[in-house]
Design a protein around this ligand. Structure first.
Ligand code: NDP
Length: 313
């Protein structure tokens, strides 16, 4: 009898059925059981959980777990959530990187070609061309040069944009200027026409994009946040937009999701609200990645490399 693998955290029965079908097809030797349908004996003995943005309490209710495979790239809710060291393996997936890079390019074009201003003008029946700014004359700054930031940088360079990137440790990415650490940030911000946020949410990055950092951007710069809501201080963002220091913000992620109906971000003229869609998990591709990790574990007994609990990503 195949060993049980727990599936934890699907947002609906329909999603659970879809994930079960795709994952089971990718790992024929495994018996995948949704958390809510597991017997007490299965919960007590299961070693591996595949999770989709789960309630950490459900993961904690599986005491024999050896490791956890996330179907999401961001795992901030799970890092440090358990009373014992438990490897959390986040999703690193080529298809997700491609989709995210495509979203960064699409919304960079949206800002570079002044679409927020033209949409506003159309509502007001204003016929007013704005000067054209070439991609090469548009500096896009990436906060984060990991799997997604690097893919975005390569896509932007391919489209002719000037790109600068920032990370925690020194990085070399062909064709872009890089900087790192707290000391490297102010100079980088001061050159950005468009700032793209792709760092993970950790104790160090919470509130990273605050009033001082927004003020350090070029006058009239724009922001794209595709990482996590709490990395940007919402009140500071609204103040910078209201003062005209920032021209526009494209936000895919929020402190609370779904964004509450009462949030002023919904109607702010300087904000584009997206429902967390910039880098969706492609389940076919993710299932292949997860299946490969599980095969490796079954053959070696070693869990895959998890995120570093100390640095939070
Ligand atoms: P990675 O872990 O591959 O890369 C993270 C990058 O951020 C690295 O370059 C890292 O630096 C940098 N970084 C982390 N902490 C700091 C810090 N304190 N100061 C400076 N740089 C820092 O992550 P991914 O690229 O795969 O994903 C990034 C985030 O995107 C995810 O954590 C998730 O929150 C978000 N995401 C959003 C999605 C959406 O649909 N909106 C979809 C998928 C992911 P270094 O290279 O030195 O380690």
């Amino acid at each position: 009898m195949a060993e049980v693998v727990a599936l934890v955290g699907c947002k609906s029965p329909a999603q659970e059925a879809e994930y079960l079908q795709i994952l089971s097809a990718a790992m024929p030797g495994e018996r995948l059981v949704p958390f809510r349908r597991m017997t007490d004996a299965e919960r007590a003995s299961v070693q591996v959980a595949i999770v989709a943005n789960p309630d950490p309490a459900e993961v904690a209710a599986l005491p024999a777990l050896v490791w956890v495979q996330s179907l999401w790239a961001g795992v901030e809710k799970l890092v440090g959530a358990f009373d014992r060291p438990l490897p959390i393996v986040r999703l690193v997936d080529r298809e997700m990187a491609r989709t995210m890079a495509e979203a960064v390019l699409a919304w960079t074009y949206y800002l570079q070609r002044d679409m927020p201003a033209y949409a506003r003008q159309q509502r007001e029946r204003v016929w007013q061309p704005h000067p054209y700014r070439k991609p090469a004359d548009t500096m896009v700054g990436l906060l984060g040069l990991g799997a997604l930031g690097t893919a975005a940088a390569e896509r932007l360079i391919g489209a002719g944009f000037s790109v600068t990137g920032w990370s925690r440790t020194p990085k070399t990415v062909s064709g872009i200027e890089t900087s790192h650490g707290a000391d490297g940030l102010p100079a980088m911000l001061g050159r950005c026409d468009i700032l793209v946020c792709l760092v993970p949410l950790t104790p160090e990055t919470r509130g990273l994009v605050n009033a001082a950092r927004l003020a350090a951007l070029k006058d009239g710069a724009a922001l794209i946040n595709f990482a996590r809501g709490p990395i940007v201080v919402t009140e500071d963002l609204i103040a910078a937009l209201d003062a005209g220091d920032l021209s526009h913000a494209v936000l895919d992620v929020f402190d609370v999701e779904p964004l509450p109906a009462k949030s002023s971000l919904w109607t702010h003229p300087g904000v584009t609200v997206l429902p967390h869609i910039s880098g969706p998990t492609d389940m076919d591709s993710a299932a292949a990645t997860v299946a490969a990790n599980l095969r490796e574990y079954r053959s070696t007994g070693q869990p895959p490399q998890g995120v570093d609990a100390g640095r939070g990503y």
